[in-house]
Design a protein around this ligand. Structure first.
Ligand SMILES: Cc1ncc(COP(=O)(O)O)c(C=O)c1O
Length: 408
C-alpha cells in the first residue's frame, strides 16, 4: 500500500504541504510561512515574530509596511496602475529624473527585474557595437564567480556552472576572467569584445569586495579598447552599501548600470541607466517591456528615492552598516570559525571555516532570518532602516548560536 503523507500539524505545515503539491521545486524553501511584516520584523502564520536580515533578497530596503510606501501604492492603485509604454505618466518621468540627477547616467530604460535589466544592458552594448563596428564584435567579458540572473543570456553571463548546468547550449558571446584579476581580464579581452559586465561587489557569490583598483582598471581597459563598461548594481544599488550606488566608493563610473531589487522597495521594478552616447543606440522598436515603468511600481520607487536621499535612510544605512560591521568583527575575534567579515554598508557577509547552514538554522531558532551566499557565507541584507537596537539583537543571536555550536 502506498505510504500516506504525514498529516500536517501546524498552519505552516499545512501551507507547506499545499505548496509542495502545486509549486515547481525551483527553491529549497525554508519551512517558514509569513503573513505580515512591519519595519524589520516578519510574522509567521503561527504568530511568531522574526527579525528580517534578508529583506526579501535585498528588496525591501524601507522594511515592511513602510507607511509612506503603503500610502503611495494605495493612492496610485486607486488612480492608475498600467497604461503601457506607448504613453507618458508622471511617476515614470519623476523616477527617471531622480536616477539621472543622482548618477552618472543621462537616460533610463525601465523593466521588471534584475535579469531583465542585465538583458537590456547587454543588448544596448551589442547594439552600440553593431551600429559602429558591424556584427562581429559582440562578446561580453564577465567574471568568475558572479551572478547576473536566470534568463538564458544572463545565466550564460553568470560565472557559476551550477546556474548553467542542464540548460546548455549556453548563449554564445560570454567569456569569463577571475573576479578581481585585472591582468587576467586584459588577457581575456580580444577583438570580438564589445563590453565588460561586472558586479561592483559580489553578492550571491559570497559578498566579495574587489581588490582596490580593480574597477578603475576595468574602466581604463574599457576606455583603451572602446568597450562598454556595465556595472550590475542590482544588489549593490539603492543605498545597500552605504552609498546610493556602489561605484561611488571607488570613484569609478560605468557607461551603463543595472538596477532592480531595492529600487521599488518591494514591487518589481528594474532599470537600465546609461550615458547619452550609449542610450542613443536604443531607438523606437529596439527594446521594450509590457509591464515596465507602470505608474504603480514607479510610485513605489519615487518613495524609495525620497526616503533614501531626503529622509536620511541612506546616511543611517551607512552609519548603521559600520556599527554592524564593528559588532561582527568583535564576534570574529571571539569565534575562530569566522574566517572573515566582508561587505560594505548593510551588505555584509560572514565567511566561515565550516558550512554556514547550521548557523542560519540556529539563527532561525533565535527568531532571526538571514541568507546564505554559497556554502560557507552567512549573508546579511537587512532593510536599510535597521536600528542599532535591532543590530544588537542580531549580534546577540549570532553570539548565542556560535557559543552553543562550540560547546561539547
Ligand atoms: C547582482 C545580481 N544581478 C542580477 C540578479 C538577478 O535579479 P532578478 O532575480 O531580479 O532577475 C541578482 C539577483 O539576485 C543579483 O544579485
Amino acid at each position: 500500500m502506498p505510504k500516506l503523507p504525514p498529516v500536517p500539524r501546524t498552519a505552516s505545515e499545512s501551507l507547506i504541504t499545499r505548496a509542495d503539491r502545486v509549486l515547481m521545486s525551483t527553491y529549497a524553501r525554508v519551512p517558514l510561512a509569513f503573513t505580515a511584516g512591519k519595519g524589520c520584523r516578519l510574522t509567521d502564520v503561527e504568530g511568531r515574530s522574526y527579525l528580517d536580515l534578508t529583506s526579501g533578497f535585498g528588496v525591501c530596503c524601507l522594511g515592511h509596511g513602510h507607511p509612506r510606501l503603503v500610502v503611495a501604492l494605495q493612492r496610485q492603485a486607486g488612480q492608475l496602475i498600467q497604461v503601457s509604454n506607448l504613453f507618458y505618466t508622471e511617476p515614470m518621468v519623476a523616477v527617471a529624473e531622480r536616477l539621472v540627477a543622482h548618477s552618472f547616467g543621462d537616460r533610463v530604460f525601465f523593466c521588471n527585474s534584475g535579469a531583465e535589466a542585465n538583458e537590456g544592458a547587454i543588448k544596448l552594448a551589442r547594439k552600440q557595437s553593431n551600429d559602429g563596428h558591424g556584427p562581429g564584435r559582440y562578446r561580453v567579458l564577465a567574471f568568475t564567480p558572479s551572478f547576473h540572473g536566470r534568463t538564458l543570456a544572463t545565466l550564460s553571463a553568470t560565472g557559476q556552472t551550477k546556474v548553467q548546468h542542464g540548460f546548455e547550449p549556453l548563449v554564445d558571446g560570454f567569456d569569463h576572467a577571475p573576479y578581481g584579476d585585472l591582468a587576467a581580464a586584459e588577457v581575456a579581452l580580444g577583438d570580438a569584445h564589445c563590453a565588460i559586465l561586472v558586479e561592483p561587489i559580489l553578492g550571491e557569490s559570497g559578498v566579495v569586495v574587489p581588490p582596490p583598483g580593480f574597477l578603475a582598471g576595468l574602466r581604463r581597459l574599457a576606455d583603451a579598447r572602446g568597450l562598454t563598461l556595465i556595472f550590475d548594481c542590482i544588489q549593490t544599488g539603492m543605498g545597500r552599501t552605504g552609498k546610493l550606488f556602489a561605484y561611488e566608493h571607488e570613484g569609478v563610473t560605468p557607461d551603463v548600470m543595472t538596477l532592480a531589487k531595492g529600487l521599488g522597495g518591494g514591487p518589481p521594478i528594474g532599470a537600465v541607466v546609461a550615458t547619452e552616447a550609449l542610450a542613443a543606440h536604443f531607438t523606437p522598436g529596439s527594446h521594450g517591456s509590457t509591464f515596465a515603468a507602470n505608474p504603480l511600481v514607479c510610485a513605489a520607487a519615487a518613495v524609495v528615492l525620497d526616503e533614501l536621499l531626503d529622509g536620511g535612510v541612506l546616511d543611517d544605512a551607512a552609519a548603521n552598516g559600520a556599527y554592524f560591521r564593528t559588532g561582527l568583527e568583535a564576534l570574529a575575534t571571539r569565534y575562530p570559525e569566522i574566517r572573515e567579515v566582508r561587505g560594505r554598508g548593510l551588505m555584509l557577509g560572514l565567511l566561515f571555516h565550516k558550512p554556514a547552514a547550521p548557523v542560519l538554522d540556529g539563527l532561525r531558532e533565535e527568531g532571526v532570518i538571514a541568507l546564505p551566499a554559497g556554502p560557507d557565507v552567512v549573508r546579511l541584507l537587512p532593510p536599510l532602516i535597521l536600528s542599532r537596537a535591532e543590530i544588537d539583537e542580531a549580534l546577540g543571536a549570532l553570539d548565542k548560536v556560535l557559543s552553543s555550536a562550540i560547546e561539547p
